[in-house]
Design a protein around this ligand. Structure first.
Ligand code: HEM
Length: 148
């Protein structure tokens, strides 16, 4: 009979890995998907309103999105660090690509804080850059998962 306490069970790391993968994917869907919707759907719709009404609606949408974006960034950092630290021994090429991913992540995170600020006249242009970087990150991440 196996008397190993449940906390040392081999199933536990698997459950944590699944939870962390879920956290990473849901957080990146919230961040990149939210900006995709805001840039490609909301921004053109808002542009049809008068400047004052458009600005007001943009500010309200940004304020509603702010807590989601912050939660997504925290989720990405926690789950990303978990994944990185739980799979040591990467190749030099992996580390190089991962470094490029981190530079793009810094861009996305920095711009995320700026686009949720009120009265930002450059919001739409900033979201374009953020969306491009976000989609490049998803591509790089798919590549990373193939090269270890
Ligand atoms: C905008 C931010 C980010 C996006 C859009 C993003 C996206 C992704 C995606 C789509 C995957 C593949 C998930 C899977 O197949 O399970 C992934 C994997 C990964 N991410 Fe991120 N991520 C972001 C931020 C971060 C951060 C901040 C870290 C580290 C602190 C990180 C570390 C990792 C690692 C280590 C992997 C595993 C790559 C592999 O398979 O070897 N990510 N990311």
């Amino acid at each position: 009979m196996d008397h190993t306490p449940i906390v040392y069970s081999k199933a536990m790391p698997d459950i944590l890995t699944v939870i962390m993968r879920w956290l990473h994917i849901s957080s990146m869907a919230t961040l990149v998907g939210g900006i995709l919707y805001a840039r490609l759907v909301m921004a053109p719709a808002v542009a049809t309103l008068s400047p004052d009404s458009g600005n007001e609606l943009g500010n309200k949408a940004a304020a509603k999105y702010r807590p989601l974006a912050v939660a997504a960034m925290i989720g990405l950092i926690i789950s990303g660090l978990y994944k990185l630290l739980s799979t040591p021994g990467h190749t030099a090429r992996y580390q190089m690509l991962f470094g490029i991913k981190m530079l793009l992540v810094l861009h996305v995170f920095a711009v995320a804080f700026l686009v949720v600020k009120p009265d930002n006249p450059r919001r739409t242009r900033m979201m374009t850059g953020m969306l491009i970087s976000g989609l490049c990150i998803v591509l790089l991440s798919a590549w990373l998962s193939r090269i270890f």
